[in-house]
Write a protein that binds this ligand. Structure first.
Ligand SMILES: Nc1ncnc2c1ncn2[C@@H]1O[C@H](COP(=O)(O)OP(=O)(O)OP(=O)(O)O)[C@@H](O)[C@H]1O
Length: 366
């Protein structure tokens, strides 16, 4: 049974929320366009907003249930909440802010637990500083530490990177990846950035107009051609588990994937490290023959699994590459001329520079 179970309905003037999903350990991303109801959903989980009907339970405990009249106050729910803007107390030091979270923990964390969280989030040298002197990324790490030291059973994060520029985002990602792998609790991560989601999420719940339109493991959803219209044609792309095999003297890294190898620039992870590589559907070219004399070194034998026609000239092609899946987006005309259909073998070609550094995340291994 999943740790968190959510079923809520609520009618706002302009939107009706009507959704159900479950979340286990690790990061479950709530992804969807602005106004799809993501924040309202996590506010309902946190007890900051009371829906018309439904039920929320965490680790078998009912937090909210209209049928039986249960509606625990936010502070009784054992939930940590990290807001987009951090919401630190400006008059307290970093340490004061972090200790504030401990007031809600039961039992209160000891010095060793505090040391571990401070170390995990790299806050050792910031403890005496005040929030006004911190960068956006540092503030978010403090907000995370404060939430974690309240010893929650669930962590809710609402667009925690939205206010940060790209370098600050890059700075905080390793901490979020560590948190995902070490926190030992469900984390609900709200985002409208598929790049963030592809990098962090174990599971994905895609929302639109107050409803869940698809849900499952991030790998399944992001490689599903039928999900492409919901995640966006430009942003859609599968994630491939890959292991670092060799750093070439020319700056290219050789990565082993279940269906072959990739050569990519800009990979700094150590030999043997497991990564998750996001390959955008629009960056894949398909060929019926093994291409010769091509500049790309990344040519993978693949099998067509599914084809999904959208309203426009494009089609999404679900591909099997070894044990993994890829998603390609090509024109319907090309698909027809290549006679692509489920079961057909072909080759997927990926330009090395098509995978930017920001599309490479660290994984807990597969
Ligand atoms: N308190 C409210 N009163 C009336 N309508 C509301 C209220 N809160 C939310 N809504 C409605 O629900 C919609 C979704 O809001 P919500 O903040 O949950 O979406 P979101 O997916 O988190 O969007 P964003 O990414 O922009 O924060 C709003 O556009 C609005 O129509």
């Amino acid at each position: 049974m999943s740790s968190l179970q959510v079923q809520i309905t609520h009618r706002f003037d302009a939107l009706t929320l009507d959704l159900a999903f479950e979340a286990g350990l690790g990061v479950t991303a709530l992804f969807g366009p602005s106004g799809s109801g993501k924040t309202s959903t996590i506010n309902a989980i946190a007890g900051l907003f009371t829906p018309d009907s439904g039920r929320v339970s965490l680790k078998g405990k009912t937090l909210f249930d209209v049928a039986s009249g249960v509606n625990l106050a936010p502070q009784e729910r054992r939930i940590g909440y990290v807001f987009q803007d951090g919401r630190l107390f400006p008059h307290l030091t970093v340490e004061g802010n972090i200790r504030f979270g401990m007031r809600f923990a039961d039992p209160a964390p000891g010095p060793e637990e505090m040391r571990q969280v401070v170390e995990m989030l790299g806050l050792q040298s910031l403890l005496e500083r005040r929030p006004g002197t911190l960068s956006g990324g540092e503030k978010q790490r403090v907000a995370l530490a404060r939430a974690l030291l309240s010893k929650p059973h669930l962590l809710l994060m609402d667009e925690p990177l939205a206010a940060l520029d790209e370098p600050r985002k890059e700075e905080i990602f390793p901490y979020l990846e560590r948190l995902r792998d070490e926190a030992g609790m469900p984390i609900i991560y709200v985002s409208h950035s598929l790049a963030e989601v592809a990098r962090l999420a174990d599971d994905l719940v895609v929302m639109q107009d107050g409803k869940v339109v698809c849900a499952g493991s991030a790998e399944d959803v992001l490689s599903d051609p039928a999900a492409l219209p919901f995640v966006g044609v430009r942003e859609a792309g599968a994630i491939l588990p890959a292991q670092v095999v060799e750093h070439g003297a020319d700056g290219l890294c050789r990565l082993a994937i279940s269906g072959g190898e990739l050569l990519l620039p800009g990979v700094t992870a150590k030999l043997g490290a497991w990564l998750r590589i996001r390959v955008l559907a629009q960056d894949i070219i398909l060929s019926n023959q093994l291409p010769a004399g091509l500049s790309s070194r990344n040519i993978l034998p693949v099998k067509v699994e599914a084809i999904h026609k959208g309203g426009g000239p494009g089609v999404a092609i679900g591909l099997r590459a070894g044990k993994d899946r890829l998603l390609a987006r090509i024109t319907a005309r090309a698909a027809a001329e290549m006679d692509l259909k489920p079961g057909k073998d072909c080759f997927a070609i990926l330009k090395a520079t098509a995978v930017p550094r920001g599309s490479i995340g660290v994984s807990r291994g597969f």
